[in-house]
Design a protein around this ligand. Structure first.
Ligand code: FAD
Length: 298
């Protein structure tokens, strides 16, 4: 167990061993993380990453676990959850948010201040770090639309500030941040009317509740939108709504989601992902690309 007791001493109750992934992922499935740590400051994250690097211990950094599937074999090394890094500071038409702040808090607070640009991303259940890392988005708006810069920890443990123009990014993928630990992000908004922005926010939240299986554990859309089409339309057209493997099920409400309908293993979910991909390819010729992140052995 290396000298994990040193981490335990440093983080106290914010360091737990052998933690099931059901406790830190929205799929509520997967194996156990060897050690889960919740750093309470950027300095603690720097310390933790240096500790891991100096001992060759793998470090996985997660936000709210709403876009990941953890293998049933679990996660080796240290898993850092950012939820305690939740500071947020609005100033004029900009905001700086720490990686663990809730994305939807940034969205709500900006709309309340009459700051436009993220209102249509209301209801995305991740953290700021996760939203930036995935370039999360919805209804024609995405994180990078309003991103100014990112403060991150690089592979050598240096804190670096990256301007948006120096970060390679695309649709639901940000190659330019691979291998970095995001500490905070700065956004710049457009001018808007708070009442109109909050009304748009309510419309989006209602649309989500009407279309998405929000009462079942899932990690949102499984696949990226293929050019000119929707993954959910192709899956539905291939007759796969309701298809099940073990406790994993293609949602009957939204075919783009796989839900854990009770006791699903990560293997069930992964097998269903593979089955859907191959059946959609056979029925429509389209090869769906995974949006969700697989962690551990698959
Ligand atoms: C019901 C539901 C609806 C959803 N709707 C949408 C939607 O409309 N649009 C959309 O884009 N997504 C959607 N998602 C997916 C998900 O919420 C987003 O991708 C979100 O941005 C992920 O944030 P997270 O904090 O949960 O990231 P996690 O799932 O914890 O992590 C995702 C990836 O980001 C990395 N990461 C997280 N934090 C950091 C950090 N600080 N530094 C470096 N890397 C980091 C992780 O290592 C991992 O690779 C939905 C999910 C659910 C469950």
């Amino acid at each position: 167990m290396s000298d994990y007791p040193l981490i335990r001493e440093k983080f106290g109750a914010y360091c737990v061993f052998n933690e099931p992934a059901s406790g830190f992922t929205t799929y509520r499935a997967g194996g156990r993380a060897e050690v889960v740590v919740k750093p309470g400051s950027a300095d603690e994250m720097v310390w933790l990453s240096a500790w891991c690097r100096s001992r060759g211990v793998p470090l996985t950094v997660l936000g709210r676990g709403s876009n990941i599937l953890v293998s049933d074999n679990g996660l080796r090394g240290v898993t850092a959850l950012t939820e305690r890094l939740s500071g947020m500071d609005f100033s004029g038409d900009t905001a700086v948010a720490q990686a663990g702040a809730l994305w939807d808090d940034v969205v709500r607070l900006s709309a309340e201040r009459g700051l436009a640009g993220f209102e249509r991303t209301s209801g995305i259940p991740g953290s700021v770090g996760g939203a930036v890392r995935m370039n999360a988005g919805a209804f024609g708006q995405e994180t990078f639309d309003r991103l100014v810069s990112v403060e991150a920890l690089d592979a050598s443990g240096r804190v670096v500030s990256l301007e948006k123009k120096s970060i390679a990014y695309g649709y639901r993928s940000v190659a330019g941040l691979s291998g970095l630990i995001i500490l905070s992000a700065k956004f710049k908004f457009g001018a808007g009317d708070s009442a109109a922005l909050l009304e748009e926010r309510s419309r989006v939240l209602s649309a989500r509740a009407a279309k998405q299986p929000l009462n079942c554990p899932s990690a949102g859309s499984v696949f990226k939108r293929p050019p000119g089409d929707y993954a959910s339309r192709l899956i539905d057209a291939s007759g796969l709504k309701g298809l099940r493997i073990g406790g994993a099920e293609v949602s009957a409400k939204h075919a783009g989601f796989i839900v854990n309908s009770g006791g699903a293993s990560a293997a069930d979910i992964f097998a269903l992902i593979c089955e859907v991909r191959s059946r959609v390819k056979a029925a429509t010729g389209v090869e769906l690309e995974l949006e969700q992140v697989l962690l551990g052995d698959f």
